[in-house]
Ligand binder design. Structure first.
Ligand SMILES: Cc1cc2nc3c(=O)[nH]c(=O)nc-3n(C[C@H](O)[C@H](O)[C@H](O)COP(=O)(O)OP(=O)(O)OC[C@H]3O[C@@H](n4cnc5c(N)ncnc54)[C@H](O)[C@@H]3O)c2cc1C
Length: 256
């Protein structure tokens, strides 16, 4: 087995998590905006629970390295493989790596990361954001114990980005895919209109908001206005318009 770069070993030790060199075994386009990468190695140790992500050490064509975080879509422990769904609509070190990844490529992966698991006490689960959230949304929803309800409101750039998944027959599942129609990527208008079209179900709900920094914050306020408490809302900014994510794989939080 190849040894991870010393910086990956140090990072995993500091984060008290695992690290392994994984091999790309499959890289394929899922849609105009999404590419699927399947990695082999350390799957059970790296992939954690639904909602968790991994940090991948990626390099661009000039050979400079950084780390990017991607939620785990699915795990196959028997094959020792796990899969990521990654947006390639923009130009960044991560998206360049994803576009050019080929079977046989090796990458350092640190994981699991993330602090937003599924709320086991909720009667219904609302997953909202853009296509970067699909991976976490679907893995989390596939872990809901029936009977339960999963609602997805996801903004997409192209019709073929409306990816679907198979869920337990005991779950009630509904999805609203909102076409961006040329709106700016930090314009929350599309997702807000999707939310306005939704009657929140009875019982206790939990919302999971993953996507662009300012959009996520506006959605949180809209859900509070609709009567949800802060502890019923889990949110994570995955990226921020006009700024590359920091070395730790997260968007910068300070005001511009
Ligand atoms: C916990 C966590 C989990 C994540 N899981 C996923 C996942 O499962 N799938 C996934 O696709 N992404 C996921 N992301 C988001 C991903 O890590 C970021 O999009 C990251 O910025 C991509 O790195 P990059 O090098 O391609 O672009 P960067 O160098 O970070 O950014 C370059 C430019 O592209 C813009 N940009 C970045 N991402 C996008 C985007 N999605 N759409 C439009 N413009 C963008 C930036 O604003 C910047 O202007 C996750 C992020 C976090 C923090």
């Amino acid at each position: 087995m190849t040894t991870p770069h010393q910086s990956s070993l140090d990072l995993a030790q500091r984060l008290k998590t695992n690290v392994q060199v994984c091999d790309v075994v499959l890289a394929r386009d899922l849609s105009t905006s999404l590419r699927e990468i399947t990695l082999h190695g350390g799957a059970a140790a790296l992939a954690g629970v639904p909602g968790n992500d991994v940090m991948v050490r990626v390099s661009d064509h000039s050979g400079s390295f950084t780390r990017r975080r991607y939620s785990v879509r699915s795990v196959d422990e028997q094959l020792d493989q796990f899969t990521l769904w990654i947006c390639t609509v923009h130009d960044g070190v991560g998206s360049q790596w994803v576009r050019h990844a080929q079977p046989g490529d090796a990458v350092d992966v640190v994981g699991p990361r993330g602090k937003i698991p599924l709320d086991p006490d909720a009667d219904w689960h609302l997953f909202m954001g853009d296509a970067t959230g699909f991976s976490a949304f679907y893995r989390m929803a596939q872990s809901i114990t029936p009977p339960g309800r999963a609602i997805f409101i996801v903004e997409i750039d192209h019709d073929d980005d409306a990816r679907t998944a198979v869920f337990d027959e005991g779950l009630a599942v509904s999805a609203i895919f909102v076409s961006r129609l040329g709106r700016a990527r930090n314009d929350p208008g599309g997702l807000l209109s999707g939310l306005a079209a939704l009657a929140l179900p009875p019982g206790t709900g939990h919302a999971y908001l993953f996507g662009e920094f300012s959009v996520i914050n506006v959605l949180r306020t809209a859900l509070v206005d609709r009567g949800m408490d802060d502890e019923q809302i889990s949110r994570k900014a995955y990226w921020r318009i006009g700024r590359k994510n920091a070395e730790n794989g997260e968007p910068e939080k300070e005001k511009s």
